[in-house]
Structure formats: C-alpha cells, structure tokens
Design a protein around this ligand. Structure first.
Ligand code: GDP
Length: 195
C-alpha cells in the first residue's frame, strides 16, 4: 500500500459522531503502551499524527484517521488502564463494544500485543471477542527489535498458548516501529481487507 496522504478526521465516543462518508474502516486495539500510536505513525510515515502515550492529555476516544481519502484507521483507546475508575472502564468497554458490534464499515481489527510477553487477559478477551464477532483479525507482536534472535521462536509459542490461532480469519505479524520491520506486510494486510 502506498500512503499518499493521511489526516486526523474526528474523535468519537458515540455512533452519531462517527464519520458519515461511508469509507471502510480498520480498527486497532491493544493495551496502553503496547506501541499503537507508534505503529500508526510508522505506517502512515508521520512523526506525530497519533499521539503517543508519553504525551499527557491522551483522551479516551475512538480516533479516526483518514488515509488516502479511501479508508479510516480507527485508534481504539488502550485498555488495561490502571488509573481509571471502574465506572470509566465500563464506559470505555461499552464504547468499544458499541463500535465493534454495530459498525458496518468495519473490515478488520488489528490487535497489538507486546512480543516480549504472553498476551494479557485483556488481549485474550479482545481476541476472543473479535473472533466471536467474525472479524478478520491481524495480531501484531510489537517491539520485536527488543528481542534477541534466540527469543523470536517464543513469540509464536506465547500466542499459541493463549489464542485460538486455528480461527480461519487470523494472521500474525511481528513488527517494530524502531527497526521498521514488516511495515509493508502490515499495509498489505490492510489493503487486502479493503478489497
Ligand atoms: P500506545 O500507548 O500503544 O500508543 O504506545 P506508544 O506508541 O505511545 O509507545 C509506548 C512506548 O513504547 C513509547 O515509549 C515508544 O517509544 C515505545 N515503542 C513503541 N513502539 C516501539 C518499538 O517498535 N520498539 C521499541 N523499542 N519501542 C517502541
């Protein structure tokens, strides 16, 4: 996929705030700090389009980025945020659920997991949920540059132990925003789901 342009379009917490131009959408989910903003910026070749978690005031909304005037990347707020209240967490959950369950334009979900660790409880729940919704899933194992060569075979084993990879609509990719591993493959997966 060749990125010609990208722009922040809108933030939404409810359906009536979602974009209305009927473009297909690819959503990205993962726990906070997994490298989601970095991945969006890397894919779109932008320094600071998606705000990284090190920047204060990161809001808990669905953020829509219009790409090539032909689709949206939808940044789903990071889950597993310890500092928010139970009530707030429930609200995020409902916001994410409403979006994933009702959005007809949604063509696929990218679930980011940290390649250094086993998927968390939240990662597993998100994966099982997306599978239940019959969404095409791409599991992206982030920060692969932090692993030594001899640790690489553990990444897939960690996934396999926790996620049902026999699901017919799942692909797995290792990724790094630092060494730019598999940026093209990420774009190819998205392109394929937009067909
Ligand atoms: P988000 O909360 O999921 O959006 O995560 P960020 O993109 O803000 O990244 C969280 C932290 O991980 C930041 O300090 C990033 O610099 C770092 N990070 C993100 N991607 C990578 C990567 O591919 N490799 C390494 N080594 N660090 C990364």
């Amino acid at each position: 996929m060749i990125i010609k342009n990208s722009e922040y379009a809108v933030s939404a917490v409810r359906e009536d705030q979602y974009p209305k131009d009927n473009l297909p959408e690819i959503a990205l989910a993962g726990r906070s700090n997994v490298g989601k903003s970095s991945l969006i910026n890397t894919l779109l070749k932008r320094k600071n389009l998606a705000r990284t978690s090190s920047q204060p005031g990161k809001t808990q909304t669905l953020n829509f980025y219009r790409v090539n005037d032909s689709f949206y990347l939808v940044d789903v707020p990071g889950y597993g945020y310890a500092r928010v209240s139970q009530k707030k967490r429930q609200e995020f959950g409902e916001m994410i659920q409403d979006y994933l369950e009702t959005r007809a334009n949604l063509r696929g979900l990218i679930i980011l997991v940290d390649s250094r660790h086993e998927p968390t409880k939240d990662d597993i729940a998100m994966y099982n949920y997306a599978q239940y919704l019959d969404l095409p899933i791409l599991v992206v194992c982030t920060k692969i540059d932090k692993l030594k060569k001899n640790q690489l075979n553990k990444v897939r084993a960690n996934l396999k132990k926790n996620l049902d990879l026999s699901y017919e609509n799942v692909s797995v990719l290792t990724f790094s925003s630092v060494s730019k591993v598999h940026v093209k493959e990420l774009g190819d997966w998205i392109e394929d789901k937009l067909k």
